[in-house]
Design a protein around this ligand. Structure first.
Ligand code: SF4
Ligand code: SF4
Length: 110
């Protein structure tokens, strides 16, 4: 999630889905990882980005206005689900999950 161009004018996926990942991606486990304080524990091995299971969901690391201008405040250290999400969306080529997120925020499909 959150790459240049289309994504920096969107941000819908950062406010649509739970973002879960392995504890090995935390800063406490590896330098340059996700700050622990931005997550909540989920299981013995998994954590979740804080805010992504709120109602409505919105990742604590997301800044800005969805559909206008957004920024991931930990972009360089974002977790793997964010890195892997809709890899061509920034180029204007969405996929099912990307377009589901966009639809939730009233944005047209890519
Ligand atoms: S929903 Fe799609 S276009 Fe919007 S930020 Fe996520 S990947 Fe980019
Ligand atoms: S960590 Fe960044 S890219 Fe991932 S959901 Fe949160 S704001 Fe979006």
């Amino acid at each position: 999630m959150m790459r240049e161009d289309h994504c920096t004018r969107c941000g819908a996926c950062c406010a649509a889905f739970r973002v879960d990942f392995h504890r090995s991606e935390l800063e406490s486990a590896a330098a340059g990882g996700v700050p622990d304080a931005l997550t909540v524990p989920l299981t013995a091995t998994l954590v979740r980005m804080r805010g992504t299971d709120a109602a409505p969901p919105r990742c604590i690391a997301l800044e800005g206005e969805i559909g206008a201008a957004v920024r991931c405040t930990l972009y360089a250290a974002r977790p793997s689900p964010c890195r892997d999400f809709a890899p061509y969306a920034a180029l204007g080529i969405g996929d099912d999950a990307c377009n589901r997120a966009r639809a939730r925020h009233g944005l047209a499909a890519l």
